[in-house]
Write a protein that binds this ligand. Structure first.
Ligand SMILES: [Zn+2]
Length: 152
């Protein structure tokens, strides 16, 4: 799998699923061939998945590129893409559906992860998936709310 070509951003996602959704379900969806309804990736697309109870699961290992925020404008052009320059973090849940929003435990875990990241890779810009230019609701909240939720 390709490696990151510099690290400038952290892109935050929600899984758009129920709180019962698991890391393994996302992994299975991402690694199922496209002909069978999956995404056909070699591995789960995210670097980090945060479960509703706050547990952190690691997917792709840095500096391997993720597959979570491809070039939104030209699908036929492989780069530049946020995949090449960002860490992809997905919190299970759906911020657009009442009862499926991120839990306080998840948000706390994300804060801790970002604080730890600041120590080894300071100055990264935090974006929601929708802020990459992609036509998506993900992560279900705007960047202002995301930043204030994270105390940033
Ligand atoms: Zn997303």
């Amino acid at each position: 799998m390709p490696l990151l070509q510099g690290l400038t951003h952290v892109v935050i996602h929600h899984s758009a699923g129920p709180p019962s959704q698991t890391f393994e379900e996302i992994e299975r969806f991402h690694t199922t061939p496209t002909a069978s309804g999956g995404k056909g990736f070699l591995a789960i697309g995210y670097h980090v998945v945060i479960l509703p109870d706050g547990r952190v699961r690691h997917g792709r290992r840095l500096p391997v590129q993720g597959a979570h925020a491809p070039n939104p404008v030209r699908k036929d052009v492989p780069a530049p893409s946020f995949n090449a320059t960002s860490i992809g973090v997905c919190l299970i849940g759906d911020n657009t559906v009442p009862g499926r929003e991120w839990t306080a435990e998840q948000v706390l875990s994300l804060r801790r992860y970002l604080d730890a990241l600041d120590k080894v890779a300071p100055g990264l810009t935090l974006l929601g998936h929708r802020d990459t230019g992609k036509a998506t609701e993900c992560p279900g909240i705007d960047r202002g709310k995301l930043l204030s939720m994270l105390g940033r």
